[in-house]
Write a protein that binds this ligand. Sequence first.
Ligand code: FES
Length: 165
Amino acid sequence: MSETAEQVQEQEIDLAAANEILDKYQGMQGALMPVLQEIQDHYGFIPEPTVHLTAERLNVYSSQIFGVLTFYAQFHLEPRGKYIIRVCMGTACHVKGAGRLGDTVKERIGIGHAETTEDLKFTAEFVACIGACGMAPVIMVNDATYGSLSVQKMNDIVTKYQEMD
Ligand code: FES
């Protein structure tokens, strides 16, 4: 059975990988950003204990690191879903009905912007232009792009991912 977001948050985080990452950057200038990126790549998000470890090892305050993490949208302090559904809400997509695609995500999966399902299968993000306006309205699921979507096609995509592990 897969773990819920809450269980992942509460479970003890194995800091061995974070220590190994920090070992690589020991004594280097400007190490904070690459360290945080590698920690996120490894854990899928930035677990709070790794923030305190990083602070200790790089000799900065945890509060400074939390400041960086909340400033840069690429960092996530909470576990995220296996499938990240990005619904473009840029102008071209908006005028072609992106709002209804977002509604479909809410209705079918039960999550809105920046929310993750309890089973950690899906995270939804309603984002600005993703650079594929010619195919508006557009969504991405992880690295796959889907364009010229109707609500029906969106429903089919949701069904496809719901049926996947
Ligand atoms: S506005 Fe959606 S891809 Fe550009």
